[in-house]
Design a protein around this ligand. Sequence first.
Ligand code: HEM
Length: 150
Amino acid sequence: MAFFLAYDPSTNPLNSNEWAFPVCEVMHIIGFATLIGTITMVDLRLLGVGMKKESAADLVRDTAPWTLFGLALVLISGPLIFSSDPNLYLANISFRFKITCLVLAIIYNYTIHRKVALSQTSGGLAAVVAVISLALWASVVFGGIFIAFV
Ligand code: HEM
């Protein structure tokens, strides 16, 4: 924390030219749209409301590289945006809420969610797992949007 307190944002190249921050924001949005878009496809299948031509197991395997690509983009662009003013964001309750939900969502996605999707489970358990997944990722997005409003 002491590092961030002593950190002077004006030394950050992200704050010294007009295009770096918006380029990071674009990467951020492409990243989470790809990440959450591919996970939502699997969740719609687990809920039995979409993608019925493919099994959840095939969908989770086919989308895995894109999900990882999206995750990589947000994990690069996010810290870059954060570095533009760490103290401002660390003091922001919506940012802290978002990062907490993000850690839970990533762990959940690569453990319970993947296990249930690959296990061909359908019905009640699959639906519960899908609803929890959608709620976690929606919380991350809302946490991100509300950074600017709290
Ligand atoms: C799946 C993961 C993520 C999602 C869905 C997400 C979503 C969002 C959204 C919707 C915004 C608001 C964009 C805007 O209003 O322009 C945002 C902004 C932001 N995100 Fe993320 N984010 C994710 C990961 C991260 C990570 C890992 C970090 C940093 C460690 C991060 C740092 C930020 C910061 C600092 C902002 C504020 C930008 C500003 O001041 O306009 N995000 N994020």
